[in-house]
Design a protein around this ligand. Structure first.
Ligand SMILES: *Cc1c(COP(=O)(O)O)cnc(C)c1O
Length: 366
């Protein structure tokens, strides 16, 4: 069956998935592995789905080299849900510190303040979220229960290239990272992390699934008001099946994990992601026509916001992009301009096609 190339989709999320995964899921839609049921129709407690969930968990553990003292939870509620679920489980209603580096960490601080005393350890707001405050400058309070940061700010396009070593800063509290928009694009240094969470809809699979990686010693301290279905210990004790998990999303995530393994794992994808990001940032930086405002050493490999110097051309730029099969390049409404998200499933050829468009459009309108 001949198939034409699909357009390149630069959405920030929900986002592009590997075509091979979508085709396999389509093939298996009515009958998974000859069992006579589609995955959406199976009991989450049946042996078919249990095998799907166990394989998905084992594969993501292997891909990210997650140490045995971390539990991996398949939850619901998304990134914003975790902004409440983390303080409900870890804050003990006392104090926590948040490093504000963009829109997402700002939201995390605001939501946590409903449950505990939130300190802003540092903020790049004065720089319009285009830099990252050096860890040595962070104001971490004695007795803080955890330190929260967003390791890749999806809207602002800043990314921590290295996670901070809180112990070296004299802080014994666990680090919590929201890694929703760059999970599996690079390795995670688990020695520096107590808890990591990621909504699935950027680099993992469909919306509706949230992955939580939590160190075992952090379980069992939830506030009394924490809903049982969101108590990490309850979820962990029931193997993420305390209530019905998002079964189809877990299945697709599992197919994505298998796809990543077939690509050579996270290290291979990281090398590809570095090449993709360099190609696009170089094209933007070389041109007088476009600009990215983020400090070069803080730039995200996954989310690249950029602006046309002449913003009256924005609509024409987007229309011409759509015509060449380059979709969802409009920037977030709070930032404006354009944004290209270069998640794992975006091939280098897609970024090259975008760069060709940048150059052609600038030539025609420059
Ligand atoms: C997309 C995203 C979220 C998403 O939250 P939802 O509740 O799933 O919409 C949270 N944090 C970051 C960094 C994100 O990129």
């Amino acid at each position: 069956m001949a198939s034409t190339r699909r357009p390149y989709n630069f959405s920030a999320g929900p986002a592009v998935l590997p075509e091979a995964v979508l085709r396999l899921a389509a093939e298996e839609m009515l009958d998974w592995h000859g069992c006579g049921m589609g995955v959406m129709e199976m009991s989450h407690r049946g042996r078919e789905f249990i095998s799907i969930a166990e394989r998905a968990e084992a594969d993501v553990r292997e891909l990210l080299a997650v140490p045995p003292q971390f539990r991996i939870l398949f939850m619901q509620g998304g990134g914003l849900g975790e902004n409440a679920i983390v303080p409900l489980n870890l804050s003990r209603g006392e104090r926590i510190d948040v490093v504000v580096t963009g829109s997402w960490s700002k939201k995390s601080a605001k939501e946590a303040a409903r449950y505990c005393d939130v300190g802003i350890a540092a903020s790049n707001e004065a720089d319009h979220h285009t830099t990252l405050p050096a860890p040595a400058s962070w104001q971490l309070r004695a007795g803080t229960r955890y330190v929260h940061l967003c390791s890749n700010e999806t809207i602002d396009g800043v990314e921590f290239q290295e996670l901070p070593d809180l112990k070296a800063l004299g802080c014994d509290a666990p680090l919590v990272i929201d890694c929703s928009s760059h999970v599996l694009s690079r390795p995670i240094d688990w020695s520096r992390v107590g808890l990591a969470f990621a909504g699935a809809q950027k680099n993992i699979g469909p919306a509706g699934l949230t992955l939580v990686f939590v160190r075992e010693d952090l379980l069992g301290h939830a506030l009394a008001i924490c809903p049982s279905a969101f108590d990490y210990k309850t979820v962990a004790d029931h193997g993420s099946m305390y209530n019905t998990p998002p079964t189809y999303a877990i299945y697709i995530a599992g197919l994505v994990f298998q796809w990543i393994k077939a690509q050579g794992g996270v290290a291979a994808l990281e090398a590809r992601n570095i090449a993709k990001a360099r190609l696009l940032y170089d094209a933007i930086d070389r041109s007088e026509f476009y600009a990215n405002r983020v400090a070069p050493n803080c730039r995200s490999r996954m989310n690249v916001p950029f602006f046309l110097r002449d913003e009256s051309l924005n609509e024409a730029f987007l229309a011409a992009a759509r015509e060449r099969g380059l979709l969802q390049l409009k920037g977030h409404k709070s930032v404006g301009g354009m944004r290209a998200s270069l998640y794992n499933a975006m091939p280098l050829e897609g970024v090259q096609a975008l760069v060709d468009h940048l150059n052609d459009f600038a030539r025609r309108h420059g």
